[in-house]
Ligand binder design. Structure first.
Ligand code: FEO
Length: 398
């Protein structure tokens, strides 16, 4: 499949409907993804990014049906990660002298991945490439989300080629935001931000403000994953500014794992206590052993408060909670509060240890948490209910 976006720009990427896991097993994919690559035909012909390595051969075959490969004058690699540079080894076998425009850090990454000394041309913010009637302006965007990342802007067509930024792991037939299901698109965009871009939020804000200060008109944002933002493209920029600013909704996530259902009962009683005092707050109960871990991160991103529960096991806490806490630590969420809860039989370290870890994750600790001995009886569950009520009393509209 190819798709003409304008007279001069054609999408030549790959829609991957089958993908289930990305970054190894690190990111769960619910609705496929795409690796977007673009061919710009002006007086000079430019290929912007490629596709993931397993699709390299297919990509080159399809591309050669759109343009004789020898007529590609320049290649731009906005980001060296293998889902965007993966077709280079196949392509460069056929056009080995074609210059590859990228940042100095991208040269290091590309050499590190492919061990080839291709014809690299390094660029910095403000450098331009004349392609005939129009030009490409390069804007470095380090740590969005790798040190090598940059954005490319095409004058005349007013297109920002943003690579990973503003993307989503979302396969669609139409490629354009206004043709996609709005709810699905929002869900995939926020999941992508929460799980990939959250640690770099300070860079997101700074870079967006810098790009906006250039006063470049933007008619389309061509991402490297998911939809192209054609209808009101600035909406995703405005949304990113909101997400990058210690984002939360009026939500409390109660994340737990449970051995014999006691901690699950505590979670439900705490939730009931919260709701009895505040029916406006959204309270979600998420069993970490059963719920998708990336979807849990998205719920953490949406929450102002996280309550984390586990039974005590082997003087610590359950494995799924370890994984969730480690992911939370890496994502460096800002401006969130937390506390711990859980059942125990004798030593009962889980609550204390989870609290310490939540503190390490940068959460403001609300209190020392709540524990229940063995299977919580009615009295213990009443205490959990009151604990939930007290959270609302303590923090009002949290
Ligand atoms: Fe889509 Fe950072 O690669």
């Amino acid at each position: 499949m190819i798709k003409k976006l304008s007279e001069k720009v054609t999408w030549v990427g790959k829609v991957d409907w089958e993908l289930k896991r990305f970054h190894g097993n690190e990111y769960s994919i619910n609705r496929g993804t795409s690796y977007n690559s673009y061919l710009v035909k002006d007086r000079k012909n430019v290929l912007i990014d490629t596709v993931w390595l397993p699709y390299g051969k297919e990509f080159v075959e399809n591309l050669s049906k759109v343009i004789p490969l020898s007529e590609i004058d320049y290649i731009i690699i906005n980001h060296a990660e293998i889902d965007h540079s993966g077709a280079l080894p196949e392509l460069m076998k056929l056009i080995p002298q074609t210059p590859i425009y990228c940042t100095a850090n991208a040269v290091k990454s590309l050499k590190g991945h492919y061990h080839q000394d291709w014809n690299f041309v390094t660029v910095k913010t403000g450098d331009t490439l004349d392609i005939g009637l129009n030009k490409i302006i390069f804007i470095e965007a380090p740590m969005l989300h790798w040190p090598d990342t940059m954005l490319s802007y095409m004058t005349g067509e007013n297109i920002l080629f943003s690579n990973d930024a503003f993307g989503q792991h979302y396969a669609t037939e139409s490629l354009f935001n206004d043709k996609a299901d709005r709810c699905q698109l929002y869900e995939e965009a926020i999941k992508y931000y929460a799980n990939i871009l959250t640690p770099f939020s300070a860079f997101v804000t700074k870079k967006i403000k810098e790009v906006l200060s250039f006063n470049l008109p933007v008619d389309m944002i061509c991402t490297s994953h998911g939809v192209i933002w054609k209808d009101n493209p600035l909406q995703i920029i405005e949304t990113y500014l909101k997400w990058a600013d210690s984002y939360s909704e009026n939500q409390i996530s109660i994340i737990y794992d449970t051995m014999w259902n006691g901690t699950a009962k505590m979670a439900q009683a705490i939730a009931d206590g919260i709701k009895s005092k505040d029916d406006k707050v959204t309270v979600k109960l998420l069993n970490a052993a059963k719920y998708d871990k990336n979807d849990i991160m998205t719920e953490v991103f949406r929450s102002h408060t996280v309550l984390m529960g586990s039974s005590t096991i082997n003087n610590g806490y359950l494995f799924s909670i370890s994984g969730v806490l480690e992911m939370i630590k890496g994502l460096k969420f800002k401006g969130k509060s937390a506390a711990a809860f859980g059942t125990y039989g004798w030593s009962g370290e889980a609550v204390k240890e989870i609290t310490a870890k939540l503190k390490e994750c940068g959460f403001e600790i609300i209190n020392d948490g709540i524990r229940a001995l063995w299977m919580p009886d009615n009295e213990a569950l009443t205490k959990c209910f009151e604990y939930g009520q007290a959270l609302i009393k303590q923090y009002g509209n949290l």
